[in-house]
Design a protein around this ligand. Structure first.
Ligand code: AMP
Ligand code: GLY
Length: 430
């Protein structure tokens, strides 16, 4: 591909993933200006912030036109589900992120299941329900353990792995009667429980071609040893070593998915994220997402040797076939620091100290999920506050560096897992 002329980029979103995206985009020599709408204070290191709501299509089109932006990179799922990419494409602006029809793979789990069945993609057996009575009466055919899932976007709060029928009935009531996950729980799925290690497989897609990013593992539970409630993710590492056969099986899932999308008339350009369970029978898809994972992005993007901006632009143009995506040797580990009470009732973290000291190791990158600054005096918000990522020759070294940096950062009520990437195989990916 001929080198693209210098281009300005508008990045949508404000979390840790978007901070990592800003860092990755800003490294490109071809990037002219980087704008972030509605980026965090921390994103100002690499981007000029614009006010606005990333999920309002007209606002985004106006902002992109106003700044003569050549590419819009969408971080979170909400703008995609709201049709922001559709509006930009209709206005002739290149976008890294699928249209609303593609984003349905994430915004409706029932649709995603039908899609997988239609295109022969290996997934857990499941059944969809429109009423709580029907779901609860079907529990007799779904002996525990069973998974209860909200159909819609629930920010990680819509999945319950239940060990008894009573627990499953409670989860159905929570979603459908008490509307515990809001409109996301209007319809639910019952699903068979699968077991095995999980992998977050993320691929860049241009509608026809895909390129896998280094395979990652997220640590979803709050506490060490995978105890406690599910969260948005307490840490991640990459690459996850897999055998040649496993890699081939993962690639075939993406080939089926992208082929299926095309057969369904969907020109999918952006990230396709498959949440996989590596069962003894091979990988099974637990979910598709239409964006980079968070914190996975904070472990995967630092490993990319290739120019991420060029790759994102190639996806948006449908020219990924001309790009080789190269990852650096070695590994990256990201440890999330969250505030007291996360995920149920997070409290603001307040004053943060030690950031400069932690960043002194040049193998360390600190991504901000929820912070604000006054004259470089940082305060943490409620929820996930920071992601401390570190590179190393192998996972063990990356892990040591990430924890050494994470321990230098202090705020009241800091929560972190101590076992991110613990016991992970040391060998690099096959
Ligand atoms: P999801 O949002 O569908 O990926 O679900 C969130 C988490 O719930 C997953 O990362 C798994 O840890 C767990 N989970 C989801 N579906 C299943 C399943 N069928 N069997 C076992 N665990 C599951
Ligand atoms: N870390 C899981 C996700 O981004 O969906």
């Amino acid at each position: 591909m001929s080198p693209s002329p210098d281009t300005s980029v508008l990045l949508l979103g404000a979390g840790g993933r978007e901070h990592a995206l800003a860092w990755a985009l800003a490294r490109s020599p071809r990037l002219k200006n980087l704008y972030a709408l509605s980026g965090s204070d921390a994103i100002s290191d690499w981007a000029q912030r614009l006010p606005g709501n990333p999920a309002l299509p007209e606002q985004i089109v106006a902002a992109a036109k106003d700044r003569h932006v050549g590419l819009v990179v969408v971080g979170p799922e909400a703008p995609l589900a709201a049709g922001v990419a559709d509006a930009l494409r209709a206005a002739g602006i290149l976008v890294f992120g699928p249209n609303k029809n593609g984003a349905r793979l994430e915004s409706s789990k029932i649709y995603a299941k039908e899609f997988m069945a239609r295109h022969g993609i290996p997934a857990a057996r499941s059944q969809a329900f429109k009423t709580s009575e029907a779901a609860k009466s079907a529990l007799k055919d779904w002996p525990a353990p069973v998974v209860v899932k909200a159909d819609g976007l629930a920010g990680g709060k819509g999945v319950f792995v239940c060990s008894s029928r009573t627990e499953a009935a409670k989860a159905v009531d929570f979603l459908m009667e008490q509307k515990g996950a809001g409109p996301a729980g209007e319809n639910v799925l019952l699903e068979e429980v699968l077991s095995g290690p999980e992998i977050s497989a993320l691929a860049l897609c241009d509608g026809k071609n895909f390129r896998l990013l280094p395979l990652a593992r997220d640590h979803k539970r709050l506490q060490d040893g995978d105890a406690g409630p599910n969260t948005g993710g307490m840490g991640a590492f990459a690459p996850v070593p897999v055998s040649k056969e496993e890699r081939a099986a993962i690639e075939s899932i993406f080939a089926l998915a992208l082929g299926g999308l095309r057969a369904d008339g969907i020109d999918y350009r952006g990230v396709l994220y498959a949440g996989l369970m590596m069962t003894p029978q091979g990988p099974r898809v637990l979910e598709f997402n239409c964006r980079l994972g968070d914190p996975e992005a904070q472990a995967v993007l630092p490993l990319l040797k290739s120019d991420f901006f060029e790759a994102a632009l190639a996806c948006a143009k449908g020219e990924l076939g001309e790009i080789r995506l190269e990852a650096a040797l070695g590994a990256c580990v990201c440890v999330v620091l969250a505030s007291r009470g996360y995920p149920q009732k997070p409290e603001p973290a307040g004053k943060i100290s030690g950031l400069e000291d932690a960043a002194r190791d040049r193998n360390v990158l600190i991504f901000h999920s929820s912070t604000s600054a006054r004259e470089r005096d940082w305060s943490g918000g409620a929820g996930r506050v920071l992601g401390v990522s570190a590179l190393g020759h192998d996972l063990a070294e990356a892990r040591r560096r990430a924890y050494a940096a994470a321990d230098k950062i202090k705020f009241a009520g800091k929560i972190l897992r101590r076992d991110v990437a613990a016991g992970a195989p040391v060998a690099a990916e096959a």
